[in-house]
Ligand binder design. Structure first.
Ligand code: TXA
Ligand code: MG
Length: 333
């Protein structure tokens, strides 16, 4: 299949919407990462998404909408908390899980009775949804297991020849995927950490918001998470990867020592250290950093942990530890 490269100009957007309408797949920019879109109401399109990504079919897709009317067409019921959070954070990097109506195909939700809804904060994404006149199911536009794409070139590298089109735009501003919040239980639970943290949500709802305990960061403590996507090895570069965690200076020293040792043993080593950089900027560059490491052909990536005190740092570490397959060296303990 030839993958067309499109712009956000009107003719191209019309074409992209027609492709979605015909059951095809179009990758498009969002404020978090690039998404691989298909008609959320068409089970065949959902199957094509799984096939193009090589994604397990029990890992449900996020459904992207452009207005609240679409949410009520897809959800069996919407709690007041949904409206309060939509008012505060949409369009934006928050995905809310709610009970689905029967019209939402099982292929889209991986057989779950719930549907994950998100209104992306990107003019091109919103326009595509409006022009296609249907909600758009879109996982991150990478081959399953690879780092999420934050530039259209990443999408091309992974999916050229496997999808109908890519709408090329600038780099994603956020850089990590949306916060996934489950609203189906008695209390809201964060299933996937993202740029919007528990306290941001608590401030709106005026009640406690927890992280899913399965998000605890070691493999042993890593139970069966409720967001089915969280159980697979994810975000992984081809190279082996080890995360070093401890006091900043000691950590850099430990990484240097390890690098020397590995290089003497003939390995090609890449180092990811972000000291002095704000977590928001690290989030933006994290996935592309992993991809660049692979492009330079390193065998081993040595990465310094970032501070987990704020929700963005926690979200970065969630991705970093998964990318490393939970290989951590605690420095100075
Ligand atoms: O920022 C994002 O969310 C990006 C952009 C493209 O919007 N999309 C994205 O989709 O990251 P994906 O498919 O790579 O990740 C979706 C996550 C998975 O962890 C999945 O298991 C979870 O959301 N999810 C989707 N539907 C769910 C549901 N009904 N219940 C629980 N978790 C769900
Ligand atoms: Mg993904």
């Amino acid at each position: 299949m030839d993958t067309r490269l499109l712009t956000a100009e009107p003719d191209d957007m019309r074409l992209a919407a027609d492709i979605i309408g015909a059951g095809g797949l179009v990758a498009f920019p969002t404020e978090t990462v690039y998404g691989l879109g298909g008609d959320a109401m068409n089970p065949m399109a959902a199957s094509l998404i799984y096939e193009a990504k090589g994604r397990p079919a029990d890992n449900p897709l996020i459904v992207h909408i452009a207005d609240l009317q679409q949410a009520s067409e897809l959800a069996e019921s919407l709690p007041l908390s949904f409206y309060a959070l939509a008012e505060r954070f949409w369009p934006g990097p928050l995905t809310m899980v709610v009970p689905k109506k029967p019209c939402v195909p099982d292929a889209t939700t991986g057989g779950l009775p719930t549907v994950a809804l998100r209104m992306p904060d990107h003019p091109t994404a919103l326009e595509l949804i409006r022009l296609a006149a249907t909600p758009i199911a879109a996982p991150s536009a990478n081959i399953s297991g690879r780092p999420s794409p934050t530039r259209w070139e990443h999408v091309r590298d992974d999916l050229a020849g496997r999808i109908d089109a890519i709408i090329a735009s600038g780099p994603s501003a956020g850089g990590i995927e949306s916060t996934v919040l489950d609203l189906t239980g008695p209390d809201p639970v964060i299933l996937r950490p993202g740029l919007i943290g528990p306290q941001d949500i608590e401030r709106v709802l005026d009640r406690p918001v927890r992280y899913d305990p399965a998000l605890a960061d070691t493999e042993e403590r890593h139970g069966a998470p409720k967001a089915p996507g969280m159980k697979y090895r994810h975000y992984a570069p081809s190279a082996d990867m080890i995360v070093f965690r401890g006091e900043p200076e000691a950590t850099v020293q430990a990484i240097e020592q390890r690098r020397e040792r590995e290089q003497k043993a003939g390995r090609k080593v890449g180092v990811l250290v972000y000291s002095g950089t704000e977590n928001r900027l690290i989030a933006r560059e994290f996935f592309s950093g992993l991809r660049e490491m692979d492009e330079t052909g390193v065998d081993l990536i040595l990465a310094a942990a970032v501070s987990e005190e704020d929700p963005i740092g926690f979200s970065i570490m969630n991705r970093m530890l998964k990318a490393a397959g939970y290989r951590i060296e605690e420095v100075g303990v």
